[in-house]
Design a binder for this molecule. Structure first.
Ligand SMILES: [Zn+2]
Length: 262
């Protein structure tokens, strides 16, 4: 049992960091004092770390905070017992924390932030080089090459998809204007996803980035299909439902997670 104390404590601390980064980065873009989501008054560090409700407005810390803490402890314990074969535990833990932060921020704000993408690029280059050199027992240079090429492929493919998405959005805006409706400026694929796929490409390298792209698109497509079926069943379906913004980022993160850890 003592042997599990380490991943449980470390997982709880990792959960703090994912929550903290997801709370402050979308607001200030740097590590600042955490504030209440409801009334914007600052938390004391003691209150923040003990997950207390806000003292000014009395509102609790929200479901996400608790979910992240629990999931972090559960996943750290799981991967302590059976670590990713290619990453090992320490590097795997770092990747898990990173994926946690971008997933939460993307789901809550539909944003992939530039500071997290920049950090991800450095982490991705390191992880991609390490995996390739280690699994092929080849030199660092060929690992670097695989990582950079993977990044280029991920970024390039997503950039093209983004251009197509932009074209569709413009056509739709024109159609809506013609119909006398205001343009709602929704994009099918966010620009941040281009950077995200660049980061995932660096991480996975040239051999696996296409797998992640295909898996992500398939997975996102299946979930969207289920969503449309649910709307049809509840008779809420309209022409616009098909065009509703789908945050694709989390699906690509799940795909990369699957490839790296299983
Ligand atoms: Zn408050």
């Amino acid at each position: 049992m003592d042997i599990l104390l380490f991943p449980i404590v470390f997982g709880w601390l990792a959960g703090y960091f994912v929550n903290y980064a997801s709370d402050v980065l979308p607001r200030t873009r740097h590590f600042s004092r955490p504030v209440c989501h409801h009334c914007q008054s600052s938390f004391s560090w003691a209150d923040y770390l003990t997950l207390r409700a806000c003292r000014s407005c009395g509102k609790g810390r929200g479901l996400r905070t608790w979910l992240v803490q629990i999931l972090a402890v559960a996943s750290f314990t799981y991967f302590w017992l059976s670590p990713s074969k290619v990453l090992g535990f320490p590097l795997g833990a770092l990747v898990l924390i990173y994926f946690g932060i971008i997933t939460v921020i993307d789901l809550e704000h539909r944003l992939i932030l530039h500071p997290t993408s920049l950090f991800g690029a450095i982490l991705g280059l390191f992880v991609g080089t390490y995996i390739y050199s280690y699994s092929r027992s080849s030199g660092i240079l060929s690992g670097l090459g695989s990582s950079l090429l993977g990044g280029l492929i991920g970024f390039g493919v997503m950039y093209l998809l983004y251009q197509v998405g932009g074209l569709v959005a413009r056509l739709r805006a024109r159609r809506m204007q013609a119909a006398g409706q205001a343009d709602d400026e929704e994009e099918a694929l966010g620009g941040g996803d281009v950077y995200l796929l660049g980061v995932l490409g660096l991480m996975l390298g040239k051999d696996f980035i296409l797998n992640a792209l295909v898996l992500g698109v398939l997975f996102g497509g299946i979930v969207s299909l289920l969503f449309i079926i649910a709307l049809l069943v509840r008779r809420r379906y309209s022409n616009d439902a098909l065009m509703t913004f789908i945050p694709y980022g989390p699906y690509f993160i799940i795909a990369a997670f699957y490839i790296l850890f299983f």
